[in-house]
Design a protein. Structure first.
Length: 325
């Protein structure tokens, strides 16, 4: 495993991070013990950055997995939403209570990173004026070490919330959507995070776009029909076949992970899975060297102007304590 400093936090984190949400939720549908074993396997492979959230329902599984391990051997990030599913704001008091519930579910006295989850630009003023000051008081009590923010990629493809957040000095880390067909964070976000030494967590490096059979071809046909990519890409069985060669990637998933991992300004590339057999190949891909420079230039040439591609949000219902097992 390779490790990197997560911005100004000073935390030494694995460049591969296990994401406990998304469509897989670390296999929670197969039971909490199965999900905990996914986390244990990741830890055994040297991954020390685990990202979860109260909304995912996976905090208890993470807590079970880290039980008995030295607390300073693992970096735990969890999150709380700022609005309900109906769009109404979640009160600051409820967010603070949520932090306490997360600590209980994770069976720990603190988390290393506490993030406000899927913040939209329209919500940012409330967050910075009302929620952040209260959270910073909780940080003084030792409940978490660093404060982060994550974007709602599918509804904010131009990173509006993170651009606002870059104007304030309270954020230690940001979770950003970035992949081969969605590169605009290079221009809109990474210059700011690098200038302010803010840690970055990359999501959507693979997701459904590159892993679901037929999905890339379908999206490419739609993009070609809209005149956003060359028409010939829609006619190929594998539109990204130019990345697969002796000095390049072995498959598209490997290419996607390598592309995200070596982007200037990237710290941690998150991946999620419910299959323990997928963990090691994902880690191996993330640890590969950069793609050939010619391939990176071609990706920029073909897809550099695209925005919002492959940022579908998986609708996962929050799990109540009664259903957490």
């Amino acid at each position: 495993m390779e490790y990197i400093t997560l911005g100004r936090t000073g935390l030494k984190v694995s460049v591969a991070g296990l994401g406990c949400g998304g469509g897989s939720r670390i296999g929670l549908a197969q039971g909490e013990e199965h999900a905990a074993n996914i986390v244990r396997r990741a830890l055994d492979l040297g991954i020390n950055f685990i990202d979860t959230a109260q909304f995912y329902g996976t905090e208890p599984a993470v807590g079970k997995a880290i039980r008995g391990r030295a607390r300073d051997s693992v970096v735990i990030s969890t999150k709380h939403k700022v609005v309900h599913n109906d769009g109404l704001p979640i009160s600051t008091a409820e967010i603070l209570s949520g932090l306490d519930r997360s600590l209980t579910a994770l069976d720990t006295d603190h988390v290393d990173l506490f993030c406000l989850h899927t913040v939209l630009p329209v919500q940012y003023d409330h967050v910075i004026r009302e929620v952040v000051p209260a959270l910073l008081r909780e940080r003084e009590k030792g409940k978490f070490r660093f404060l982060g923010i994550t974007e709602f990629a599918g509804r904010d493809p131009v990173h509006g919330a993170l651009c606002r957040a870059l104007e304030d000095d309270c954020w230690d880390a940001m979770m950003i959507a970035f992949h081969m067909l969605n590169q605009n964070a290079r221009r809109l976000v990474f210059p700011g995070t690098q200038a302010k030494n803010i840690g970055t967590l990359l999501m959507f490096a693979v997701r459904a776009l590159f892993s679901m059979p037929g999905r890339l071809q379908q999206d490419m046909r739609e993009l070609a029909a809209a005149g956003k990519v060359p028409a010939q890409l829609a006619e190929q069985g594998n539109p990204l076949v130019f990345l697969l060669h002796e000095k390049g990637a072995h498959d598209i998933i490997e290419a996607a992970y390598r592309y995200a991992r070596h982007e200037p300004g990237a710290n941690v590339v998150l991946f999620g899975t419910g299959n323990p057999d997928h963990i090691e190949p994902n880690v191996r891909a993330i640890l590969q060297p950069p793609l050939p420079a010619a391939d990176v230039r071609k990706i920029a040439e073909l897809f550099g102007t695209l925005e919002g591609v492959g940022l579908d949000e998986v609708n996962v219902k929050p799990r109540t304590p009664a259903t957490q097992g």
